[in-house]
Design a protein around this ligand. Structure first.
Ligand code: 1PR
Length: 620
């Protein structure tokens, strides 16, 4: 192989740099980790992957003395590739931590997304973080279209994975100056506001989240940086990394030309709101693998029917259903275009999450060949090893992040944490004043960012005896927000539920233990504790193929502002259309229909696209 430029990665010790390392190895390149100042001199190319918080990154750079070294490297004109926080630290400041300065290479502030938006004159909720696959690319055209380089066309025709709450927001006046035409295209509009001029020379591509526009890539001289995660953006992301790795350092270094960059305007596509509110994010399709050890100890992918994972058979020995090997099956789903993969370890740990090596190995092996977000759930809680060593939930989660997981999912522990909160409050709702900062959700969210913490909810319908005329007076008032009256139900099963009423009770230990807490109390409680996303299962719909429980999902969607992954009951591609259209859920998860090859992920995406729902294009 001809001389490979010395590639270094700067890791300041937060978040999941393993997936970037896996991507580079997958692409056939070697790299070193920056260890000391001399490495900055040896480096011919440098990648700075940032995950987590701006303050953490800047503080770590300053305390380690790398702040000056990094600035010197960038000023030397050698190629720099920044990812997410690795892009934001180039700016002068961030609202995320007002008192900490950035590198100031780009004289422009980073600001927080708004958590509300406007659609056809009314206010709608906008979930923050901006998490998912954004399909709203706008490229930043130079004045003569012929000079739009092939790189930008590539960027514009692919969808990438974003997860961030702050961004280089562009002046809102851009939105008003660009008129919306019927198909959502708009006339070009030059940059108007004075403050936006500063970014003119760096802005390379623009994306849209709701009606806010932000710079999704910067490119100038030796600097290339992207707000999204190319190492988590499937084949498109690997392509982008490969192009940068392949390019010679000379072609990536500071351009010699001193002529001012050509006059630039950019094409802004407004949301085509005639089709209802599209915030720019694709409908995420998650493939879920319930994993457990079977009776002779091998980790297999299994699947429950109302959480019962054993074969239905007359003979006494009911085998644990075995639907395949975890990493193999996950790899198939990645290649079929799954936007995310979730492993749920449904065995209660015999020893402990950290000693239960097979699960860590599953994540490690999966992360080596799957380049979309990986979630791992099951057993993420404070545990004690057989030898008495206590292990905090944070420590267990850290082991999974270091193995390549992007998110951990907490089930039972979240129920117990919110029950604890509710026991202290008077009005049956979880309250800020009772937060201890010690729960797994709080510690992991603080350490790795809210976007790394998913809470998995396992609710069960509890039907109320409505034959008594005063049944509603006797119904516990604290669970009223979770009560559905059958006659007002929207799920397809509503006919058989006429005259009935039910509420959603939460469970722990895989649906086996019911608790006196309802799904709205739990959802609000975990949002307060700092969870970044909710994985909403349904014990009743699990494995039923009866479609998603729309009433349950709408209850939770209306109760929180964090993204919801709807799960349980998918039986056909149309079930996905229905759940995205009827509930506004950010993502939909399925297991059985994918494992049994009854429905392919591509079928689901094709059907969604035909019905006008935005999906991640996945050029395999
Ligand atoms: O309590 O933190 O150790 O986490 C345990 C995790 O394992 C929780 O996320 C819990 O939901 C999950 N879990 C525990 N027992 C089971 C079981 O099935 N016996 N799986 C289980 C829950 C939900 C999804 C399933 C969807 C879609 N199953 O895994 O894939 O319901 O299924 P479908 O598309 O086939 O309908 P902790």
């Amino acid at each position: 192989k001809e001389h490979q430029p010395k590639l270094y990665i700067l890791d300041y010790g937060a978040g999941n740099v393993r997936s970037l390392a896996n991507s580079i190895k997958k692409l056939g390149y070697e790299f070193e980790w920056i260890n000391d100042e001399s490495d900055f001199d040896k480096a011919e190319k440098l990648i700075f992957p940032g995950v987590g918080a701006f303050a953490q990154a800047m503080t770590s750079l300053k305390t380690s003395g790398r702040y000056e070294q990094l600035l010197k490297y960038i000023k030397s004109g050698k190629p720099y590739f920044g990812i997410c926080i690795g892009m934001q630290v180039l700016f002068e400041s961030s609202e995320e931590s007002p008192d900490i300065k950035g590198l100031g290479v780009i004289p422009y502030p980073i600001k927080k997304f708004s958590n509300q938006d406007e659609c056809n004159g009314e206010l709608v909720k906008k979930t923050v973080p901006h998490m998912g696959w954004n399909t709203s690319w706008k490229s930043y055209q130079t004045s003569t279209s012929s000079s739009t380089d092939e790189e930008k066309l590539m960027l514009e025709n692919e969808d990438y994975y974003f997860v961030h709450s702050y961004a280089a927001l562009l002046d809102p006046s851009l939105a008003s100056s660009a008129s919306t035409s019927s198909e959502g295209e708009s006339s070009t509009s030059s940059i108007t506001a004075q403050e936006t001029l500063a970014i003119k020379d760096f802005a390379y591509t623009i994306s849209r989240y709701g009606s806010e526009r932000f710079v999704s890539c910067v490119k100038k001289d030796n600097i290339f940086a992207c707000q999204f995660h190319p190492e988590k953006s499937g084949p498109a992301g690997l392509d982008l990394l490969r192009r940068w790795l392949e390019a010679s350092p000379e072609s990536l270094s500071a351009s010699k030309s001193t002529s001012p960059s050509p006059e630039r305007t950019w094409q802004i596509r407004n949301p085509d709101q005639s089709r209802g509110y599209t915030n720019g994010l694709a409908s995420r399709i998650v493939a879920c693998l319930d994993v457990r050890s079977n009776d002779n100890g091998d980790l297999v992918v299994t699947k429950g029917d109302q959480y019962d994972v054993r074969e239905k058979s007359s003979s006494s020995s009911r085998e644990v259903r075995n639907l395949g090997k975890p990493v193999e099956l996950a790899r198939r789903y990645y290649l079929e275009g799954a936007d995310e993969v979730a492993f749920l370890n449904i065995t209660s740990f015999r020893s402990s999450a950290l000693l239960d090596q097979p699960m860590l190995d599953v994540v490690r092996n999966a992360a080596e060949t799957i380049f979309v977000p990986l979630t791992i759930g099951g057993g993420i809680k404070d545990t004690v090893d057989p030898d008495g060593t206590p292990r905090s939930a944070l420590e267990v989660a850290g082991a999974y992040f270091r193995s390549g997981a992007d998110k951990v999912s907490i089930g039972s522990e979240a129920v117990l944490a919110v029950e604890e909160l509710l026991s202290k409050s008077k009005n049956g709702q979880a309250e800020e004043q009772f937060l201890t900062g010690k729960t797994g959700i709080e510690t992991i969210s603080k350490g790795y960012g809210a976007q790394a913490v998913v809470v998995s909810i396992d609710p069960k319908r509890v039907y109320v005896d409505t034959t008594q005329s005063n049944w509603k007076e006797n119904f516990p008032s604290k669970h009223l927000p979770s009560l559905i009256i059958g006659d007002e139900a929207t799920s397809r099963t509503k006919d058989e539920e006429k005259g009935k009423a039910w509420w959603y009770q939460c469970t722990i230990s895989g649906g086996r233990d019911v608790r006196d807490i309802d799904v709205v109390q739990l959802a609000k409680g975990v949002e307060l504790l700092g969870a970044g996303e909710i994985l909403l299962n349904s014990v009743d719909r699990d494995g039923s193929g009866k479609g998603f429980d729309l009433d349950l999902i709408n209850l939770v969607k209306n109760a929180v502002s964090i993204p919801v992954v709807s799960s349980s009951g998918a039986g056909s591609p149309d079930d996905f259309v229905e759940v995205f259209r009827e509930t506004g859920t950010e993502a939909a998860l399925a297991a059985g229909i994918f494992h049994r090859k009854e429905v392919g992920i591509e079928d689901v995406k094709k059907t969604l696209e035909e019905k006008g729902l935005p999906v991640r294009r996945c050029a395999l």
